[in-house]
Design a binder for this molecule. Sequence first.
Ligand code: T46
Length: 147
Amino acid sequence: MPEGKVPILSSKSGYINTQQILSPHGGCLTVLENNLVLPFHLERVYCISGLNEHTPERGRHAHHTLWQIMTSVSGSCDVVLDDGCTVQTIRILPDGWSILLGPLLWHSMKNFSRECVLMVGASDIYREEDYIRDYSAFLAAAGKNRK
Ligand code: T46
């Protein structure tokens, strides 16, 4: 558990150390690679950019099977995690601590700082059918999964 961080209580989530590397030439490198202790193999990487304090809440969905790791390359935002039992808000910062987003975890991102850029590594290619965008359907699926 990283020092000074709010413990993540949701199942299929947690912090992963992705360490930001300070380049000797200036600037900073953020790396996502399969050598990290990830419970999945990376298949796709995407960035969410153009974010600022006026950007409305994003996400608001869960995935049936997808695993993801989210890191801040620049700026910060709140990531709300809801596993159907526990809801909590985690601030994500460009400090090398990334957040694991497992399947059946309702998540949203909000309260972006200016020039916030998020990088996300995913276990599969983009498939719209893997999304659960209806909250009642998510609760039903998460409840079934616990039985
Ligand atoms: C997630 C959170 C953290 C694609 O065509 N390919 C892709 O790989 C992705 C990720 C998205 N898209 C399309 C689908 C939508 O038409 O891009 C559009 C915006 O996607 P969405 O509204 O789902 O964006 P966010 O920021 O709400 O969610 C994204 C990911 O989609 C999602 O998997 O977990 O970031």
